[in-house]
Design a protein around this ligand. Structure first.
Ligand code: NCD
Ligand code: ZN
Length: 337
């Protein structure tokens, strides 16, 4: 019997640029209706011209697929209301990175003072532009996200009309924060639903599972599973699929990022199926995002999956996917758009 997913959305995706863009973009545009495209290029996407040109390159890389790239800008506290108004129709969200916290985030925010952030965040509130946040401090690696919760609370209480998305949450503390503030939402990745730190570093080191934020403890994974599998209306799927060439992962100084775009829907289906929560899968991968992001239109696309082995390729171009060479239980058998 086929399992059907309507209009899947990936609310946190790295497509990169040039050759890498051409390798990875079709792997998402084929199976997803749309995705929030992260702006951490070099240099980061921070002007209207850069955003429009990048959107164009994405469309070219996706060829004839029906797929909407929801574009983002790299947050700067100097964006004015006039500037944001001029770009609003092209823009779905703005992504805030603490300076230096992850790949290509050197130009991010250095200190989180309300006074410094207020001009841009007030303009975003007034224009209904959501704020996506990479929520980690530069403390001890396992505590970075939990330590950031107080910054989320500061943002949520000082900017109550701003939609704030805690990106790729990995801890039970972040899950708890969700219900404390009306304007806090979250994305959850596939890999953080599946792995803990043990899978990354408990045996031989697994560079293809190394990412920011690092996978945490079993109880954190449990908390994430609970909200994702129940279709909690404030959480949505965001793969954080973050491709790096094989030589940058299998290296001394491994780049952070797990590449999951080509396996995401198959593995999510298996996870929801195993937990007898298949009826919540469409909430997690589509409906919740449409309710949270009121500023997106979603093209029609229907994905059919069946219980049929799918052998994950060892590589897509220069990139090694999660579960490379392994056999998944579910395959995509048909796509209608
Ligand atoms: C992302 C990347 O490579 O761009 N890496 C990652 O480990 N997730 C950046 C990010 O989202 O932190
Ligand atoms: Zn990311």
């Amino acid at each position: 019997m086929a399992i059907i997913i309507n209009a899947p959305l990936d609310m946190h995706l790295h497509l990169r640029d040039t050759e890498m863009l051409n390798i990875v973009a079709p792997l998402s545009s084929h199976t997803f209706s749309g995705a929030i495209i992260m702006p951490n290029l070099v240099p980061p996407v921070s002007t209207k011209e850069e955003l429009l040109a990048y959107k164009n390159r994405i469309h070219q890389a996706c060829r004839s697929d029906i797929f909407t790239p929801y574009m983002t800008l790299f947050f700067k506290p100097t964006y004015t209301k006039d500037f944001l108004e001029s770009i609003k129709d092209e823009l779905t969200a703005i992504k805030l990175y603490p300076a230096g916290i992850t790949t290509n985030s050197e130009g991010g925010v250095d200190g989180f003072s309300v006074e410094e952030l207020a001009p841009t965040l007030n303009a975003m509130s007034e224009l209904d532009i959501p704020l996506c946040v990479h929520g980690e401090t530069n403390g001890f690696v396992m505590d970075r996200e939990a330590e950031f919760v107080s910054i989320y609370e500061m943002l949520a209480s000082n900017f109550p009309k701003l939609t704030i998305i805690m990106e790729h949450i990995t801890t039970k503390e972040s899950v708890e924060a969700l219900d404390k503030f009306e304007n806090l939402y979250a994305t959850i990745t596939l890999h953080h639903l599946l792995i803990t730190l043990d899978d990354v570093a408990g045996g031989m080191l697994q560079p293809h599972l190394f990412c920011k934020p690092i996978a945490k403890r079993p109880e954190d994974r449990e908390a994430l599973r609970k909200v994702a599998l129940s279709g909690h209306p404030k959480v949505m799927f965001g793969s954080d699929s973050a491709p790096h060439p094989q030589h940058a992962k299998e290296a001394c100084g491994c780049a952070a990022g797990v590449f999951t775009a080509p396996i995401a829907l198959q593995v999510l289906t298996e996870l929801f199926m195993e937990n007898s929560t298949l009826d919540k899968l469409e909430d997690f991968v589509s409906n919740n995002a449409q309710n949270i992001y009121k500023n997106i239109t979603v093209p029609k696309k229907t994905i059919h999956l069946e219980k049929k082995p799918f052998i994950v390729p060892d590589k897509y171009g220069t990139v090694v996917p999660m579960y490379a060479g392994e056999t998944l239980a579910y395959s995509i058998t048909n796509i209608e758009s």
